[in-house]
Design a protein around this ligand. Sequence first.
Ligand SMILES: Nc1nc2c(ncn2[C@@H]2O[C@H](COP(=O)(O)OP(=O)(O)OP(=O)(O)O)[C@@H](O)[C@H]2O)c(=O)[nH]1
Ligand SMILES: [Mg+2]
Length: 316
Amino acid sequence: MAVPWEDLVAGVKKGNVRALAKMITRIENRDSGWKDAMKVIYPDTGATLVFGITGAPGAGKSTLTNKIAHGLVTRGYQVGIIAVDPSSPFSGGALLGDRLRMQDIATIEGIFIRSMATRGTLGGLCQGARDVIRIMDAFGKDIVLIETVGVGQDEIEVVRAADVVLVVSVPGLGDGIQTLKAGIMEIADLFVVNKADRDGADEVVSDIQAMLELSQEGEEAAPPVLKTSAVTGEGIESLVSMLVQLKEDKERPSRDDATRIMEEVLTLMEQELFHHIRSQWAGNGALQAAVNRIIDGERDPYSVAEDMLGTLKHEG
Ligand SMILES: Nc1nc2c(ncn2[C@@H]2O[C@H](COP(=O)(O)OP(=O)(O)OP(=O)(O)O)[C@@H](O)[C@H]2O)c(=O)[nH]1
Ligand SMILES: [Mg+2]
């Protein structure tokens, strides 16, 4: 027998790590009753500050996330980490690498790590991340770090769900900032030039600053640009202090909450509708008959879909 949702939710709210892990899995799997469980979790959320950490593949995001988490825990914060695996869940390579590098913090009190596959997440990556963040929030995590590679559209969407976005670049990628997907620069609240132990970090910093100057509008302060080395530890203290400051100020950057909530409601409606249509029509005799008529050349897919949607509209 599966553990009842009530027990899981109660466990999460009490800070039970096993309940946290189990609830996340069952929510991700969309086990029956998942939505009611999330409804109960929701009022207990809103305290967590979410940092999105993104950037080019291999920029050192995982190593940096590891160091940041460590620094935050040392300062007394409870930290959740969501590592969005950029590769397919079947290839294993990148995922294993991440796991290994993340391993040394996996056992530290106060840090909980979860990886999520880009593909194959039932509720979609973005909604999946929102759900996991909320469960971690209700559990008592003060800060959630979400690492995603800054190349695909899905990943960018996930980063948009964060309160504060850190964009990580590195020297030695040719034109470092060009390798990032267009659109990522615009949503950055903070730039980190990692691998500062290598040559060329200062040039990357100036490139970013020059670019920011060009795009600066009005009085708004440009996002800070920090230099770090996740390997030597250079700059990590200042970065962590800056994140702590943001947490303490509870300053949520200008990304509009109303817009985010509206997006979420629309996503949930789309998913529900999709599910409803599939489950209602897939094994439905009327659909089978219509398909046969399309095959026989009597009808076409466009008008069949239109007719069937028409019945849905009448339902409600
Ligand atoms: N020299 C140097 N190497 C670093 C630094 N940070 C990370 N690395 C190395 O860079 C490589 C990639 O680091 P990761 O932390 O896996 O980078 P990532 O951005 O998470 O990579 P993906 O998730 O695969 O995109 C590893 O071999 C790290 O040890 C740094 O500050 N300096
Ligand atoms: Mg990584």
